[in-house]
Design a protein around this ligand. Structure first.
Ligand SMILES: Cc1cc2nc3c(=O)[nH]c(=O)nc-3n(C[C@H](O)[C@H](O)[C@H](O)COP(=O)(O)O)c2cc1C
Length: 193
């Protein structure tokens, strides 16, 4: 049955607002996000387009122990990059993040398949972030040094021989949401005859 034009337009507007309104932040309230909501977001994430239905993703939801170990990795990487004080600063900042989720992608020997699988994982992360955003939960997709650190895989109980990290997603109820801009459509779009 066809939906009424008014309902379609209201739905489109709502969807557009959600896509436009999702913002990256890492300034979160202490309040925890329920595991139920995170499971729902992951359930939706996997409906991303995915060539050959390889389902290359894995969603690692970190608990307190895994978070504590990850913070130590962040401290160590930052200290090595600069000094101990910077390590402490980064560890303190990471310690204020309430929700941690790592998304990995299965490696493929086939270059095209690998590209497509990575693309699918990125789509899945967007699904997840949009769903969380609709629930009032903000997030930040990070690809900092920890995501390239071999030691993260032992925290995840995963193998870097078979997987790579697509992103560490920090999430929580936001203290504030920044504003963002994008280029004009005319700068990024061509319409061909
Ligand atoms: C693949 C990817 C990696 C990112 N890595 C980082 C990161 O390491 N550090 C960071 O501050 N933001 C990171 N971001 C978030 C972007 O900085 C953010 O999306 C951008 O500033 C636009 O803001 P918006 O998400 O609110 O539109 C990443 C985003 C993507 C898609």
């Amino acid at each position: 049955m066809m939906r009424s034009t008014v309902k379609v337009e209201a739905g489109l507007q709502r969807l557009a607002e959600r896509i436009r309104g999702r913002r990256t932040t890492n300034l979160f309230l202490k309040q925890k996000v329920s595991r139920k909501l995170i499971r729902e977001a992951i359930e939706l994430a996997r409906w991303a387009p995915n060539h050959h239905l390889t389902e290359p993703w894995h969603f690692h939801v970190l608990g307190p122990q895994a978070i504590a170990h990850s913070i130590e990795l962040i401290r160590d990487n930052a200290a090595k990059k600069k000094d101990a004080a910077f390590g402490e600063f980064k560890a303190q900042a990471a310690g204020a993040i309430p929700g941690w989720l790592v998304v990995t992608c299965r490696k493929s020997d086939d270059e095209i398949c690998q590209r497509e699988d990575y693309a699918s994982c990125c789509c899945a992360i967007q699904n997840l972030m949009l769903y969380l955003s609709e629930a009032g939960v903000a997030s930040k997709w990070t690809t900092g040094a920890i995501t390239l650190d071999e030691r993260l895989f032992s925290i995840l109980g995963s193998s870097s021989a078979d997987n790579f990290v697509v992103g560490l997603i920090w999430y929580g109820y936001p203290k504030v949401l920044p504003t963002q801009t994008r280029k004009d459509l005319a700068q990024i779009m061509s319409e061909l005859p």
